[in-house]
Design a protein around this ligand. Sequence first.
Ligand SMILES: Nc1ncnc2c1ncn2[C@@H]1O[C@H](COP(=O)(O)OP(=O)(O)OP(=O)(O)O)[C@@H](O)[C@H]1O
Length: 394
Amino acid sequence: MPPKGKAAGRGRAPAKRKLAEEFPPGEVLTDTAKKSWKLGAPIGQGGFGLIYLADENSAGPVGAGARYVIKVEPSDSGPLFSELKFYMRAAKPDLIQSWIKSHKLGNLGVPRYWGSGQHDRGGKRYRFMVIDRLGTDLQKKFEECGRRFPRKLVLQLGLRLLDTLEYIHDHEYVHADIKASNLMLSHSDPNQVYLVDYGLAYRYAPENVLKEYKEDPKRCHDGTIEFTSIDAHKGASASRRSDLEILSYCMVQWLCGRLPWEDKLQDSSYVRDSKIRSQENISDFLTKCFSPQDKPDEIQKFMEEVKSLSYEDKPPYEKLRSILKAGLKAVQAKDDGKLELQMSGHLITKSRPRVFIESHHQKTPQAWRASTNSLLLYLSEKQKYVVMVILQSV
Ligand SMILES: Nc1ncnc2c1ncn2[C@@H]1O[C@H](COP(=O)(O)OP(=O)(O)OP(=O)(O)O)[C@@H](O)[C@H]1O
């Protein structure tokens, strides 16, 4: 989970806190249901602990194809405790499966929870949690794609996130930190995307009683600064509309490359005021982000719909899905469930190039780098600029 006001993109790297010691592969952990799990190699590091490959305990070592991961943190770590509460309440495999069935979905983007417990080692106590093992995060894919995602991909991600948010909202929680680095592709299916990191997830309606709107100056700007909601900037706890507002900023960034306030992320009040202004005139905001021929009508409609929600409102998920589906139709695509990182041939031929000159900071430039919808041309080792040709779908 991010500390207060952490930025998602370049230049973030907050100081990592004191970490849990690294356990050797083969360490066996027993959960509260007395089930044993074996650790493999560590594959990730969070703010407070490590993530290891894992499998049900057996005679053999845990290999690269492991189906689970175990998150281990010192037992006094708050974030894993609150994340664990979310998983225990809302991510049990049976619960997810019955939602998938009753809502006729192909999949649901919440990793399943398989167990948890405490583990003592070297005189210290650790808390651990077993969840599904996932693949690459979308921030890496975003960077590889030259910081632009094709319109179809953005709309498909929006649709899958609406399914996921509807589920977690129905289970009394909001996520409050949606961003590409918290979206991970399945390890086995490139068309499935999961929302991870529930360290900031907030139980907005315990026992179905909605929390009231209350600003707390000590909690201003919680979340990831460029995407966090106006409510969070003002110190109010996240609500369902916050998740959708955050999703809309993400979709805009994925489509056009950067949000207008990204140059001044250190100035939280500036970011808050820019977001307030963007909501006052959504059309003007999108005009700043896109060229006239690229301004996405569906994103404007989506944002207008979200803006009309009050703090306690249940979002109209189905209406929001139909807005995004209309956007797919406008680019001659449909909700086929495919997360295509590459532009299809059809979209490329209907693209118009835009050229940007950017300062060149790379120490070891490549001759060129092609990605889904952009082509970066590094002029030479000594030159100061790169030329970025961006193919924008019309
Ligand atoms: N289910 C998973 N399967 C595979 N890798 C994972 C999984 N969950 C997390 N990871 C990897 O572990 C890293 C740390 O994840 P974690 O959820 O612990 O982050 P965190 O504690 O929120 O830390 P921070 O937000 O500070 O990066 C992730 O960046 C990701 O690479």
